[in-house]
Write a protein that binds this ligand. Structure first.
Ligand SMILES: Cc1ncc(COP(=O)(O)O)c(C=O)c1O
Length: 385
């Protein structure tokens, strides 16, 4: 084939994941301390693994309903009431291949060519490419000037007749910022006034250290326009199980389920049984992990402060977004030099979109002695540079 349009132009246009690109550099390097990949350092709690073994032992290896196991959807519906979210497990909750699939499905289900989606950035790396692949246009809201909190006032300035949705994530990856309830309320009021969807990625909802998690879907009359994405990867240490879910109005779900049917059929059955167990019996385990992250967050914040790289205490998730502007290096240069000279891997902030340049993301879901060693090396790096 010699055609010049051999590949999809839309796919050719999107960049590879900035996080993965960076991590290809350190694959197999045991000498490097990685504060890079956003992944719990715990293995999945034992009861969850045992439940999945049991499902396999019983020969539960088939497809499930496209929606996912009804028992799991019912358990999710029950669990979400703690965030004042009320969804019907029959037709408003869909089990997906992690939040990753969920993001893609909902964007494809709501966007027409040229529709704009305002994205609060810095943000998780998949939002913008998936908006573009769905035919939409991502409009960046740079939150760096507002302590990484998207403000309703700033969002309002970006709204045009083409705005179809707003995409938020709280607690946030990469900044750890948590949108305060009062700001969420203003954002909800704006979304209602402007009649737009709000896609809310809440995969770190369980990992909040100061205050508590609020969902934008819980505000009055928000259910009809909120699309809540959540999953098991982070709080339950289940990244490899590939399981998450979407909650949205039944009418939208009728569109979303069609895509899921063709894409995935269903999430893996053993992961669904594991997720069911996670919700039924792992509350204490989750709390234990949350406390451990909190201890490590506190260590990171005070250690960074001591070496002159202050970072605002992130209220959730397991990341510190470190301001490296005092070094005069770009994020990419800082991260590359840090790997080369000190064998510590972090992610350059520019890969997370507007407002990320001048920062690097450090994931502190790494055991404390390694964090201490990484900070020692960082101190050495700063003295040299
Ligand atoms: C904010 C955010 N959303 C979604 C994902 C993907 O989650 P999942 O493993 O459920 O696909 C991640 C993973 O790092 C994330 O940080």
């Amino acid at each position: 084939m010699k055609r010049s349009d051999k590949y999809s132009q839309a796919v050719s246009r999107i960049p590879p994941s900035g996080i993965r690109r960076f991590f290809d550099l350190i694959i197999g390097r045991k000498d490097i301390i990685s504060l890079g990949v956003g992944e719990p350092d715990f293995v999945t709690p034992w009861n969850i693994r045992e439940k999945a073994f049991y499902a396999l032992e019983k020969g539960r290896t088939s497809y499930t309903s496209n929606w996912g196991l009804l028992e799991l959807r019912q358990e999710i519906a029950k669990y979400l009431t703690k965030y004042k979210l009320h969804y019907n497990p029959e037709n408003e909750i869909l089990i997906t291949f992690g939040v990753s699939e969920a993001v893609d499905l909902v964007l494809r289900a709501i966007l027409n060519p040229g529709d704009e989606v305002i994205v609060a950035e810095p943000c998780y790396v998949s939002y913008q490419p998936l908006i573009e692949l769905a035919g939409g246009r991502a409009v960046s809201l740079n939150t760096a000037k507002t302590n990484f909190i998207p403000r309703a006032q700033e969002i309002a300035r970006l709204i045009t007749p083409k705005t179809k949705a707003l995409f938020i994530c709280s607690p946030n990856n990469p900044t750890g910022a948590v949108i305060p309830k009062s700001e969420l309320q203003k954002i909800a009021a704006l979304a209602k006034k402007q009649d737009i969807w709000v896609v809310s990625d809440e995969v770190y909802a369980e990992l909040v250290y100061d205050g508590q998690h609020y969902s934008i879907g819980a505000f009055e009359r928000m259910k009809e326009r909120a699309i809540i994405l959540n999953g098991f990867s982070k709080a339950f240490a289940m990244t490899g199980w590939r399981i998450g879910y979407i909650c949205c109005p039944a009418e939208l779900m009728r569109q979303v389920i069609k895509l899921h049917q063709y894409y995935a059929i269903c999430a893996p059955i053993m992961s669904q049984y594991g997720a069911l167990e996670a919700l039924q019996s792992c509350r204490d385990e989750v709390e234990k992990m949350r406390r451990s992250y909190l201890q490590r967050r506190n260590f990171m914040i005070s250690a960074l402060q001591k070496i002159g790289l202050p970072a605002a205490a992130p209220s959730g998730a397991f990341y510190v977004f470190v301001d490296i502007r005092p070094t005069g290096l770009t994020s990419e240069n800082f991260a590359l030099k840090l790997i080369q000279q000190e064998k510590v891997a972090v992610v350059p902030g520019n890969v997370f979109g507007a407002g990320g340049e001048g920062f690097v993301r450090c994931c502190y879901a790494t055991e404390l002695p390694l964090l201490k060693e990484a900070l020692k090396r960082l101190t050495h790096f700063l003295k040299k540079d």
